[in-house]
Ligand binder design. Structure first.
Ligand code: PGA
Length: 244
């Protein structure tokens, strides 16, 4: 593996304080730090961020959040600010995940605002796009993805897109490598129309495991993976890392 790859753990609303610390300690001790081409980014629940930030301080691990608010501060009960993410050393933030689009009504417009505020604080957005199954079946998925890209991505110099087909998340179903390749190629060529963008990375997410990671990365030519379920299990995530 000669190019930089991003392995993003999306813990979602899982792991308590002690289990998250155990997992982080195992990752810190792993031989993974000898793979400088891999960026291992951990995205825990908000309340875990302060302790994880402290634990990984001198390690090879990087910290990300699973969401951010689009305003800097104010009367937004129950929200957490981008300023705090920055203070706790979050370098990345996952935005527009399909679960947030579904359960928290994150629209393309809202995602765009969140991307802008993240970039203004030098936190790199990992922007999720992905089609529901019917759009894959009727072959209109590229149009669907194009609309998401069009409406979400602002003028910016660098962007990370995570292609996560909704039908693949947590289901064990993974698109063919050619299908992932097609999308990553499409995303890169579509975003080249945005004259401000200098660097585009495309990740794949959806049922990534130690059984499919090698093929996904090599055959689909993606720049990394966004990993949900498999990132919660120390043996599985360490196996994934060891394969790369
Ligand atoms: P999964 O989730 O790996 O459990 O399918 C991926 C994601 O939702 O980011």
């Amino acid at each position: 593996m000669d190019q930089n790859k991003l392995i993003v753990s999306n813990w979602k609303m899982n792991l308590n304080l002690s289990d998250s610390k155990k997992l982080i300690n195992k990752l810190i001790k792993s031989t993974f730090k000898k793979k400088p081409y891999l960026k291992n980014i951990i995205c825990p629940q908000f309340l875990l961020i302060p302790s994880i930030s402290n634990l990984i301080k001198d390690s090879h691990l990087l910290l990300g959040a699973q969401n951010c608010h689009f305003e800097r501060k104010g009367a937004f009960t129950g929200e957490s600010s981008i300023e705090l993410l920055k203070q706790f050393n979050c370098k990345y933030v996952i935005l527009g995940h399909s679960e947030r689009r579904l359960y928290s009504a994150d629209s393309n417009l809202l995602v765009k605002k969140k991307i802008k505020i993240a970039i203004s604080e030098e936190i790199k957005p990992i922007v999720c796009i992905g089609e529901p199954l019917e759009f894959r079946k009727n072959k209109s998925y590229l149009k669907f993805l194009e609309q998401q890209l069009n409406e979400c991505v602002p003028e910016c110099s660098e962007i990370i897109i995570a292609y996560e087909p909704i039908w693949s998340i947590g289901t064990g179903l993974v698109p063919d490598y050619e299908e992932i390749y097609e999308v990553q190629n499409y995303v890169k060529s579509f975003l080249k129309n945005n004259k401000f963008i200098k660097k585009i990375s495309v990740l794949y997410g959806g049922s990534v495991s130690s059984n499919n990671i090698a093929h996904i990365i090599k055959k689909s030519k993606v720049d990394g993976a966004l990993i949900g379920g498999s990132s919660l299990d120390d043996k599985e995530i360490l196996k994934i890392i060891s394969i790369l």
